[in-house]
Design a protein around this ligand. Structure first.
Ligand code: UD1
Length: 323
């Protein structure tokens, strides 16, 4: 019987949390529908009990919650532009799925649910850094859907006493992030392209900034959220980030150094639904659960590029494999 459930376990963040739990010798169940998750991301997670299924189906939620004590809810359609193209799909996979999971978690007697919130909930408010007391102002359908999930989390804590913890992730990057989708995060796309000698495209003038957060920091925040006492974290919403930011132009220059890419970026029109600047105040996570970032941006970027380089080398050695 698994103690921990990771939803979206074949996705970038879910598989990273599952790997950390397995490394600690925990019993883990993972669920994924493979809408965006990848089967190859399950490599290395052989110790995990895996269920293929869609949380939009309440029966699947009931099955995966059985016997579990703590859930890391990472499954989502994580993309602003995808939600602009398909708001209903985003709602089904982010909002309906989250509510189904909470209902099932409550009836199965799950103790705690940790939820992958998004910095996009803050929207384009000029105040920096973003802190949790600010009124959310979501712009994209994705941001609205992730925020709706947060509200359900807090409601299930207040109404039913299910311990819920929301971690608002800020632009997470690192190994296993899919670089090939039209909807991939910018660092994954840039790493893949620049390693292959292809020109990356910057949408807008490149002076937009982000609090890019290396995956290990997010995994660390999740493990702390699982272990923290109920009085500290139940019903809370906390930023999970680094507390520093960098523009896309500077990111590109840093990546040139790490990848050896020698060209210039292309510039294209800004993307609909984009926000300009993003920077987290990480004081609350520090105060409530002792969170501090473990890996800084440059080191995270070096490790990420090293990982994509390794994948590329493996692929060119075995041309039939796909990432
Ligand atoms: C947003 C959310 C983040 C969420 C993520 C899911 C904010 C601040 N962040 O990230 O919490 O997890 O969605 O996808 O709202 N860009 C390029 N070239 C590319 C790709 C992207 O210039 O090839 C630009 C985008 O226009 C954007 C920036 O890079 O300005 C970051 O884009 P992306 O990585 O998609 O993340 P956000 O939309 O910031």
């Amino acid at each position: 019987m698994a103690k921990y459930l990771v939803t979206g376990a074949a996705g970038f963040i879910g598989r990273s949390i599952a790997a950390a739990l397995l490394a600690r010798g925990e019993t883990v169940r993972g669920v994924d529908s493979f809408i965006t998750g990848k089967r190859e991301n399950l490599a290395g997670l052989e110790g995990m009990e895996f269920v293929e299924g869609d949380l939009a189906n309440p029966v699947v939620c009931g099955t995966v919650c059985d016997g579990v004590e703590v859930i890391f809810h990472e499954a989502a359609l994580a993309s602003v532009p995808r939600s602009v193209a398909d708001p209903i799909g985003t709602n089904v996979n982010c909002v309906d799925a989250t509510l189904n999971l909470l209902v099932a978690a409550r009836s199965a007697g799950v103790r705690r649910v940790i939820y992958a919130g998004s910095s996009s909930a803050y929207g384009d408010t000029p105040t920096l850094p973003k802190h949790e007391q600010m009124t959310p102002s979501p712009i994209s359908p994705y941001a609205v859907a992730k925020l709706a999930g947060e509200h359900y989390m807090r409601s299930f804590w207040r109404v039913y006493g299910l311990e819920t913890v929301v971690l608002r992730y800020f632009n997470v990057f690192g190994p296993y992030q899919d670089p090939n989708s039209h909807y991939s995060g910018v660092l994954a796309v840039f790493c893949r392209k620049m390693l292959a000698g292809e020109q990356p495209t910057i949408y807008g003038d490149g002076e937009q900034s982000r609090d890019f957060t290396f995956i290990e920091n997010v995994v660390h925040a999740n493990l702390l959220a699982a272990a923290a006492p109920r009085e500290k974290v139940a019903g809370q919403v906390m930023n999970a980030a680094t507390g520093s930011r960098i523009t896309l132009n500077d990111t590109f220059r840093t990546l040139c150094g790490v990848t050896g890419y020698r060209g210039e970026p292309a510039y294209a029109a800004p993307r609909a639904g984009d926000i300009r600047d993003s920077l987290a105040d990480i004081g609350l996570a520090r105060d409530l659960m002792g969170y501090t970032p473990q890996v800084n941006f440059e080191e995270g970027l070096r490790r990420t590029v090293a990982w994509y380089r390794q994948v590329e080398e493996r692929q060119s050695a075995t041309p039939t494999s796909v990432m």
